[in-house]
Design a protein around this ligand. Structure first.
Ligand code: PLP
Length: 394
């Protein structure tokens, strides 16, 4: 039988990281040594006390369905965590637990966007934003994120992109793929614009704990914003829990009720023992110490990778204040980002992504995830240097 697929499937994008990982695994299966700098996942194990809490919950019978938006005690603990982090005053009614924060992008668009409505998305940005908006018939409007502005959204430029059809603004700080972090002034200006133009903001703060200089400012903490903000966060990055699949959103109650309905119709609920473990992640000092130790190590790695890249002819690299990515400018190598990324994997054994995997404004850049040991990062830098200098003699 020849299956007939919907037109919308043609509009659904992918994630370069998963594709490059699959190719890198093939090369490894052929015996090649590959240094993985493509996937956005901490190489750390989940803190032991959080694992113990999950096992205890499982042994205690937490192996059943839970309410669609999450176990009430877990939603309450999540509201306390959000309030501690942002100074907001949300309650369990504002919280929805989801199997991975990524679901909130889908749910926000399904709940708020009619065909033809515009959604402003960062470019370069996390690919799911653009992909899901277009998939569901909205129009994704790229907001350029420029190196010349320290990879921060330029709020004046953002203002010029808002039209009568703009309904939703997606903001991501600290950012994937650039590591850029918005300042308090940026957040205030974004909040002012959102209120002036009556926009809803999807604020993806999944990297909020991964900050190396300065502070993380949450849009959810700005006056007047909780009523128009979907705070998107989760356990994946800070507690090294990507495979557990647990995210959470804080949002206006009437939107949380719609998301509850979406959960009933899709996943039913996030895994029960995973949810119970979240309380341990949020509230145990042991978990805080584990996060802090990981962040301190990531700072060393960021310094090593940024300094290393800056020592390579033709490459310049900023030192981002957050997340665990660097986004080096490779225009001086004379190669385009796709050619260089492919050659680095196939010839030099270093898996990285082309900046354009995150949108057109990623042209001339690579993305490296520094979730690997300093030793491996230094080996990767040596390989990149050898490859680039062989291609472009000084
Ligand atoms: C910016 C951003 N948002 C969301 C996610 C998804 O996180 P989760 O594992 O909670 O679905 C990622 C994962 O890479 C990300 O980089």
């Amino acid at each position: 039988m020849r299956l007939r697929f919907t037109d919308r499937m043609d509009r659904l994008g992918t994630e370069g990281a998963f594709e490059v990982l699959a190719h890198a695994k093939q090369l490894e299966a052929q015996g090649r040594d590959i240094i993985h700098l493509e996937i956005g996942e901490p190489d750390y194990a989940t803190p032991q006390n959080v694992m113990d809490a999950a096992v205890k919950a499982m042994n205690g019978g937490a192996t059943h369905y839970t309410p669609a938006s999450g176990i009430m005690e877990v939603r309450e603990a999540t509201a306390r965590y959000v309030n501690r982090q942002t100074g907001a005053a949300c309650t369990a009614e504002n919280i929805v637990m989801v199997p991975g924060s990524k679901n909130l992008v889908l749910f926000a668009i399904l709940s708020l966007i009619e065909p033809g409505d515009e959604v402003i998305v960062p470019d370069p940005g996390y690919p799911a934003y653009h992909s899901l908006v277009e998939f569901l018939g909205g129009r994704a409007v790229p907001a350029p994120i420029r190196e010349s502005n320290d990879f921060r959204l330029d709020v004046d430029e953002l203002r010029s992109l808002v039209t009568q059809r703009t309904r939703l603004l997606v903001v991501n700080s600290p950012a994937n793929p650039t590591g850029g972090v918005l300042t308090r002034g940026d957040c205030e200006a974004i909040a002012e614009l959102a209120q002036e133009r009556d926009l809803v903001v999807l604020s993806d703060e999944i990297y909020s704990r991964l900050i190396y200089e300065g502070e993380h400012v949450s849009l959810y903490s700005m006056p007047g914003m909780p009523e128009r903000t979907i705070l998107m966060n989760g356990l994946s990055k800070a507690w090294a829990m990507c495979g557990w699949r647990l995210g959470f959103g804080a949002m206006p109650k009437e939107l949380a009720q719609r998301m509850d309905r979406l959960m009933i119709n899709t996943s039913s609920c996030a895994a029960a023992f995973t949810q119970w473990a979240a309380i341990e992640a949020f509230e145990s000092p042991k978990s805080d110490r584990a996060v802090e130790a990981m962040v301190a190590e990531f700072k060393q790695r960021r310094n090593a990778v940024a300094d290393g890249l800056n020592s390579i002819p033709g490459i310049t690299c900023h030192r981002p204040a957050g997340a665990f990515y660097v986004f080096p400018n490779i225009t001086g190598t004379g190669q385009d980002e796709k050619t260089l990324a492919n050659a680095l994997l196939d010839e030099a054994g270093v898996a990285v992504l082309a900046g354009t995997a995150f949108g057109g404004y990623g042209k001339g850049y690579l993305r490296l995830s520094y979730v690997n040991s300093v030793t491996n990062l230094e080996r990767a830098i040596d390989r990149i240097r050898d490859h680039v200098t062989a291609a472009v003699p000084r």
